[in-house]
Design a protein around this ligand. Structure first.
Ligand code: SAM
Ligand code: SF4
Ligand code: SF4
Length: 327
């Protein structure tokens, strides 16, 4: 019988997120710790060929969807070559990016059939963008958003909401979905190593829904795809839609089908997992990593790596920083 990656709760894992780099051309304050991170040394980074071979093992175990992330995945050298090779594995390819150099790859994405792009855009205001990202790329990102839509890409905007920073823009984002087939994904602020998380700065699913309903009236609940990590809605009569990733106030772990692979070849069986399975070292020694993948999935906890009720600083400070996980 074909092996599948099934955990102790019967959840089949067919979705792999690969971090191609822990480097980034932005410095979003909720993601990158102020003091920076210790970057992975080159010898410990998966080479392109290693990424392709390890991905192939996952595909043989039933993975049919691969999302490329980072740091910023588009700054990985020879990214184009990698995308072509991964497309050859016959999987649905997806991308999460800050959009700064997206224009360089749109033709290639069309060629290999990569259509689903999550573009991180926390604000529609240039000054605020500089404040959040500590860099001045807003105009380029907006231009690349427009170009991506013209290319027919299915774009979702990822918006991490922080009170007093961008929560006043919730309805401006919703306005964008009025006449465009665009999805906006509001993400609750989550805790990772060194990001000074404080839920008092977070904006909850309930607050988001209330804010939208108070301006636009009737909100329609859409049917969520199986394994969806967001709850999806639309304002009645609007072309586009919006979703909420409520990891803090109402986690959606029941249908979790996700596995993460870090740039140094460690498998994380949950976004908040502290313990990781090193796949790269054994792979380099010629070992069969399929067994290690199966062992790791059997240690997966039901929700948030065991933080079932509250987010525990003792726990999440032992996790990586988000920039080296990739979302
Ligand atoms: N650089 C790419 C980008 O920004 O899209 C890919 C990597 S980034 C780590 C992936 C996603 O994680 C982004 O949408 C980002 O907004 C989100 N993210 C980062 N830190 C977060 C946090 N503390 N809470 C919630 N989402 C976060
Ligand atoms: Fe970079 Fe993305 Fe993190 Fe922003 S959210 S610092 S763009 S990795
Ligand atoms: Fe899956 Fe962990 Fe995220 Fe829950 S918190 S959806 S178990 S990755």
């Amino acid at each position: 019988m074909k092996k599948e990656i099934i955990d102790n709760f019967g959840r089949k894992h067919n979705y792999l997120r690969i971090s191609l780099t822990d480097r980034c051309n932005l410095r979003c304050f909720y993601c990158m710790p102020e003091e920076g991170i210790e970057l992975t040394e080159n010898a410990k980074i998966m080479s392109l060929e290693e990424i392709i071979s390890i991905a192939k093992t996952f595909v043989e175990l039933g993975v049919d969807t691969i999302r490329l992330t980072g740091g910023e995945p588009l700054i990985r050298k020879d990214f184009g070559y990698l995308v072509k090779k991964l497309a050859d594995l016959g999987v649905t390819l997806k991308l999460t990016t800050n959009g700064i150099v997206l224009d360089k790859y749109l033709d290639l994405f069309k060629e290999v059939g990569l259509k689903k792009i999550n573009l991180s855009l926390d604000t529609l205001d240039k000054a605020r963008s500089i404040f959040i990202t500590k860099r001045d790329y807003f105009d380029r990102i907006m231009l690349n958003l427009k170009k991506s839509l013209e290319y027919g890409m299915e774009v979702k905007l990822n918006v991490v909401l922080i009170k007093g920073v961008n929560n006043m823009e919730i309805n401006d984002f919703i306005e964008l979905t009025k006449n465009k087939n665009l999805a906006v994904k509001f993400i609750e602020f989550m805790p990772f190593k060194g990001n000074k998380w404080d839920w008092n700065k977070g904006v909850s699913k309930e607050d988001i829904l209330q804010t939208i309903a108070s301006k636009f009236g009737k909100i329609e609940k859409l049917e969520d795809a199986k394994n969806s990590t967001s709850l999806n809605y639309k304002v009645e009569g609007f072309e586009g839609s919006f979703g909420i990733v409520s990891t803090i106030t109402s986690p959606f772990c029941e249908g979790c089908n996700r596995i993460r692979l870090t740039v140094d070849g460690k498998m994380k069986n949950c976004l908040f997992a502290i313990s990781e399975a090193d796949l790269l070292t054994p792979f380099r020694e010629g070992a069969n990593i399929a067994n290690l993948i199966m062992d790791s999935i059997k240690t997966k906890k039901y929700s948030r790596d065991g933080m079932n009720v509250t987010m525990d600083a003792e726990h999440y400070e032992k996790n990586r920083s988000m920039i080296s996980i990739g979302g």
